[in-house]
Design a binder for this molecule. Sequence first.
Ligand code: ATP
Ligand code: MG
Length: 395
Amino acid sequence: MSNLKPQLLMIHYGELTLKGKNRRYFINTLARNIKHALKSFTKLTYNVRYDHTYINLHGEDEAPILEILSEIAGIYAISPVIKVDADLELMVEAALNIAKAKNAKTFKVETKRSDKSYPYNSDYINRYLAGPILKNTDYKVDVHNPELLLKLIIKNDGAYFLGDQTKGVGGLPLGTGGKVLMLLSGGIDSAVACYELMRRGIEIEAIHFASPPYTSTGVIDKITDLLRVLNKFQPRIKLHIMHFTDLQLDIFEHAPEGYPITIMRRMFYRIATKLAKSKRIVALATGESLGQVSSQTLNSLNVINEVTTLPVIRPLIVFDKQKIINKAVDLGTYEISIRPFEDACTIFAPINPKTAPKLKVVRNSESKWDYESQIETILNTYKTLIIEEEDESIF
Ligand code: ATP
Ligand code: MG
């Protein structure tokens, strides 16, 4: 009985097919991301093609590799491949072995001939392989809903039997969507928002506003831990920590009742915009979601958004809270996000926050003190951490 262990993994690109001229760039970026994620498997070799990428396992166990691949943005699915020479008798032997190992009742052979010079057509091959299975096993053919679909591709270097697909996260390869400056709070939403961006190929740099001693340094540990989880999707993430305390206190002193949060968020946006521009990053992103809290109504967003000329990407804007929580649980960020550390918003939250703040009131309040120089100070004193996947040491 020939070996049933796959020799290759075949990577399906999914929506990359839509990308026309950019396709080569997307595929190369994806290949780079795959090789980086699998760098500890030193035996693997890669064949990056226009239609699929193939990973030659050279005897490696496929299970841990599939697990890693299933989390790389831009991969739609992965099929293990049992490859034999495109010789009819060898193909019959492989097909029989696969059928016996599967132990199902109905089957169908589905051959695609990508090597058009192959002397037999698909229909002929389907019949040729089905015969011995019917003769030597209890299988019956079911062309509509077979329990075992024996998918076979004839290529010019052999016959590829595709095993059961593992689903990927889909989306687009990281790096192909450019970069945003993500406002990261440590809460549930902003971590999920990061994931949604990364899944669409967008890299992040993170900015966090800290107000010590009103916010605990535990918040930074929490954010660092969140970013470590996200390292799975983006192996190196910059986190800029802004010292927001003095400005925070002034906001609290000057803002009329119901307005501190609105003004605080305008300051977040102002500072993030300046930092982004200094780094040639062309968009901001947040975990804002409509209706969650008073600062997240359309009226409120309008007043807050007024201070920036950059587009603000809000991946969660119409998600409901339960959906976000479910995603956070799946992602592995939920337990970290709910650790009880105070953030700037919860400490300074007014009793009756405005759901429809008035721009005139906001501007009038902001004209009362020199916040610009405070913003300059903040932009001159921030600290940057680099959160990286820890390289597994061999020793
Ligand atoms: P999250 O769960 O992400 O904290 P939230 O529902 O608690 O969101 P808010 O606290 O109003 O909502 O924050 C909305 C968004 O503003 C956050 O998703 C994040 O993008 C940004 N944000 C809030 N606080 C901070 C902070 N201290 N530093 C950086 N960004 C922040
Ligand atoms: Mg929050």
